[in-house]
Design a protein around this ligand. Sequence first.
Ligand SMILES: [Zn+2]
Length: 335
Amino acid sequence: MESARGNGGRKPILKRLSARIDKYDYKLDLDNMTLTLKLHSDYEVRLRLIASRERVEKFRGWSNYELVVKYEDGEFWVSIYFKRAVRPLEPRMVMTIDLNFGNVTLAIYTLDGRRVRLKKLKTPHKKILTHKICIEKIQKKYPKSWRFIKGVRKAIERHGKRIKNISWDYTHKLGDLIAELALRYHSVVVLEALEKLRENNKKSREFNKRLGLWFYRRIQFCVEYEAMERDLEVVKINPKGTSSKCPRCGGRLVEDGYRVLRCRKCGFIGDRDVTATINIYKKYISKHSRCGVSGVAPNAPKPDENPSGMQGNKNEAMTRELNPSRTGYPNLPEF
Ligand SMILES: [Zn+2]
C-alpha cells in the first residue's frame, strides 16, 4: 500500500517482504534453541536459533511479543522480538555525553558537581567519509547512468555496505562501553536531544555538511538501548547553548584556538567538548535534581580519579569490570 501510494498508484514495488506471526502460530524454546512455526494443516517447521547461547540467555524472563519473518536479498530471516519494562535505578552520579563527529566526550559528575571521570573516544568518521567520497566520485563520473549499470551500482552498494558495517559495529561497541561505565558509577545517562538541534546551531551545521545526522542518531540509539538494558535512566536535554554558554558565569564563549573556548566576561577557558559536558550536567541538575544541589566547579576536578564514597560498595555492578578484550571489542581509541 505504501509503495503504491508513493508511486502515484502505479504497480507497487516490493523491496522487502515481511510477515508478522501470531503467537499461537509458533513455539519458542530457549532451552533447546529452537523455534517451531506452525504453518498450514498440521505442517510444522522447526528452526534452530543461530544467535549465540549467551545472547539468547539475555532474554530469559523477557516477554516475547512478536515474530517477524522477512524475505530479503534472496534469504529468509526470522526475527524474534522481546520486551521488558525498565525500572531505572536511583542515580548516584550523572554521566553526560557530548557527541561530535570526530569524538565522543563523556564525563561523570557527582550530584554535587565534582567530576570523577572524563573520557574522550574517537569516532570512525574519517573512514565513513572516505567511503562516502568514493560513492560521490562514482556518481559524479556516471551522473545519469549509475543506477542502471550493474557494475557501477554494485560498486556503490559495496561502499554503502561498508559504511553500514563500520557504523553499526562502532555504535554497538560504544553503546556497550558507555553503558557499562554508567552502570559502574550508578549514573543517569544524559544526552542532548537531537530533535532540538536547530539550523542555527553550529554543531548541526557541521553535521549536516559532512555526514547528516544519521550517524549521530545511531550512536544515541545504541547508547540509549544499552543503558536501558542495564536499568539505567536516560535523560535528554535541550542542547541549546551547551557549546556557547560559559558554565561559570553564563556569558558567551568565544573560540580561542583549536577546540578551546574562552569566556570574555569571567576569563573561563575550557576545552570545547569538556565544557559541553559541564553545561549538559548543569542543565540536567537544574531540572532533575531532587535535593536542589547544583553548580559545578569547572576547574576543580582531576579527570579519572577514583570516585570517593564508592569504596566498600560490593555491589554487583561494581564487580563487573569493563574489559574491552573480554567482550571482543577492539580498543576504542582514546586521546
Ligand atoms: Zn564566564
